[in-house]
Each structure stands twice: as structure tokens, then as C-alpha cells.
Design a protein around this ligand. Structure first.
Ligand code: COA
Length: 257
């Protein structure tokens, strides 16, 4: 079981649990996360959702073997892929979503945080969006939302160079609320999620909707544009070289492209 779900005291927890592969997300894991979000959204016993990983690893992003064997189709009208279903389930979740990030948060591990409501990171967290290094382009509206948060030149370090950054950088950028010691981040995030138990749920939902509404159409439009390019690039020679290099544990060689 690589996605564990449990509802306790008003909080639906979605725990990514594939530590042997650094919590890399496969298609079945995206499907399980989408189902859990959809179920939490309609469950009256749930007041907030908590997304967590494992000690030392939130998620290393999309499973690179899946990228090679079963490249998802994004941004098109075809039957939505599991990753697209997950992305839309998180975007459509009307209840507050809290993330507890310990260790590595790579690719969608970072971009999904842009669609959560409260984000707590550990002092050893390492976030990164190395799409370009993989021959890919940004996804999940990160090409819109990261420059909006950071300005173009700071965003370029993270999206064009793919520079990793720390939990305290994430707080400075406005991606995360606070940095906590690694052993405390999940409990802290859970306590924050539980605070919604004492608040009127419709007012919370409407407030989230109002806060997201001005960017909603643009986010979906950018996701469509990114997704079409992302799907093409997954099948590109640059991406093939990057994926092969990852599994051969060597540096990719882009000198002939
Ligand atoms: N997809 C598939 N397998 C992955 C993976 C991924 N995204 N991330 C890690 N793994 C696997 C490794 O291949 C390795 O498998 P093995 O033990 O069979 O060789 C195992 O998980 C452990 O990974 P390793 O790289 O040895 O761990 P680390 O602690 O040295 O580094 C990371 C951790 C997350 C920094 C590193 O694994 C990494 O950069 N992963 C790829 C991230 C990425 O590019 N994701 C896609 C973003 S779009």
C-alpha cells in the first residue's frame, strides 16, 4: 500500500508511503490520491485534508520509470490521466488542504504545494522543480504561480536552472508558512488542520473559493498549455537522455542536442 489514508478527528490524512523509491508517484498512487481527495471533499466528517510523506522524503515527484513506460497525456481532451485527475481533484477540493513536507519535495512534490492552503516544511526539507534538467517544462501552473510569487529572475533560478531550495527559502518565497524541526512538522500540520474543526465549515469553504477564484480560469488555461508541451516533451530525445541518465546513475549529456 503506497498511499495510506485515514480520517481522524475531522482530518483526512493522505500519506505517501513508498520510501524505498523516495515516495516517487506512480499512476496508481495518483489515482489513490485523487480518490481520497474526492472522498474527503464530500465526507461531512472531514473538515480538512492533510498530505504528508515519510521522514526524510515528502515525494521525489513523478516516478521516472512511469514517465518512460507510460508517459501521461496532459492538457488534452482525451480521458484524463491519473496525474491529471489528481491535479484536478486537489484544485477542486473545497476544504482546506494542509501539507507537511519533510525532506525532498521534487517536481510535483513542490508544485502541488502551490495548490494547498497551509504548508509546513521541515528544517531539512529540500524543494526543487528540475523540469528543465529532465528535458521537460513546468507543470501544475507553476510557470504562472512561481513567477507571480517570486518575480521573474528569482523564478528563473528555480524553474530554468532547477536550483533546489530550503524550507526557509520556501517560507521567504511565500510557498510555505513555517519551518519546523523534522520531528515536529507532521504533528504541527495536523494541529493546524484540526483547528478547522472549531470553525464554521461553509464560511471556510466560501473563503477558500473567493481566495482562489480570481486566478482559477488562468490557472486552468496555463495548466492546459503547460500540459500539452509537457506531454510532447516526455517523448523528446532530451527527456529520453535525462531519464536514461537517472537510472544509469550518470550525468545526462545534452551536448549534441
Ligand atoms: N522515480 C523513480 N525512481 C526514483 C525516483 C523517481 N522520481 N526518485 C528516486 N527513485 C529511486 C532511485 O532510482 C533509487 O532506486 P534504487 O534503489 O532501485 O536505485 C531509490 O529511489 C533511492 O533514490 P536515490 O536517488 O538513491 O536517493 P537519494 O536520497 O540519493 O536522492 C532524491 C533522493 C529525491 C534527491 C533523488 O532520488 C532524485 O533526485 N530523484 C529524482 C527526482 C526527479 O527528478 N523527479 C521527477 C521530477 S519531475
Amino acid at each position: 500500500m503506497t498511499i495510506k489514508t485515514a480520517t481522524f478527528n475531522g482530518v483526512a490524512t493522505i500519506e505517501i508511503a513508498r520510501p524505498e523509491k523516495k515516495n516517487a508517484l506512480t499512476q496508481s498512487m495518483y489515482s489513490a490520491m485523487a480518490e481520497a481527495l474526492i472522498a474527503a471533499n464530500v465526507d461531512n466528517a472531514v473538515r480538512a485534508v492533510l498530505i504528508t510523506g515519510q521522514p526524510g522524503c515528502f515525494t521525489s515527484g513523478n516516478d521516472i520509470e512511469d514517465f518512460m513506460q507510460r508517459p501521461p497525456t496532459l492538457g488534452q481532451d482525451a480521458e484524463p490521466s491519473p496525474v491529471a485527475r489528481f491535479m484536478h481533484a486537489l484544485l477542486s477540493c473545497e476544504k482546506p488542504v494542509v501539507a507537511a513536507v519533510t525532506g525532498a519535495a521534487v517536481g510535483i512534490g513542490t508544485t502541488m504545494l502551490l495548490h494547498c492552503d497551509l504548508v509546513y516544511v521541515s528544517d531539512e526539507a529540500r524543494l526543487a522543480m528540475p523540469f528543465v534538467s529532465l528535458g521537460l517544462v513546468p507543470e501544475y501552473a507553476s510557470s504562472l504561480l512561481i513567477p507571480a510569487l517570486l518575480g521573474h529572475v528569482k523564478a528563473a533560478e528555480k524553474l530554468m536552472l532547477g536550483e533546489p531550495f530550503s524550507g526557509s527559502d520556501a517560507v521567504d518565497c511565500g510557498i510555505a508558512n513555517a519551518v519546523l524541526p523534522a520531528g515536529e512538522v507532521v504533528n504541527h500540520a495536523r494541529r493546524m488542520a484540526e483547528r478547522f474543526n472549531a470553525l464554521p465549515p461553509s464560511a471556510v469553504r466560501e473563503t477558500k473559493r473567493l481566495m482562489r477564484a480570481p486566478q482559477r480560469a488562468q490557472v486552468r488555461q496555463v495548466m492546459q498549455a503547460e500540459g500539452e508541451l509537457f506531454s510532447q516533451r516526455l517523448r523528446s530525445p532530451e527527456a529520453t537522455e535525462a531519464f536514461q541518465a537517472f537510472f544509469q546513475k550518470r550525468k545526462p549529456d545534452f551536448s549534441n542536442f
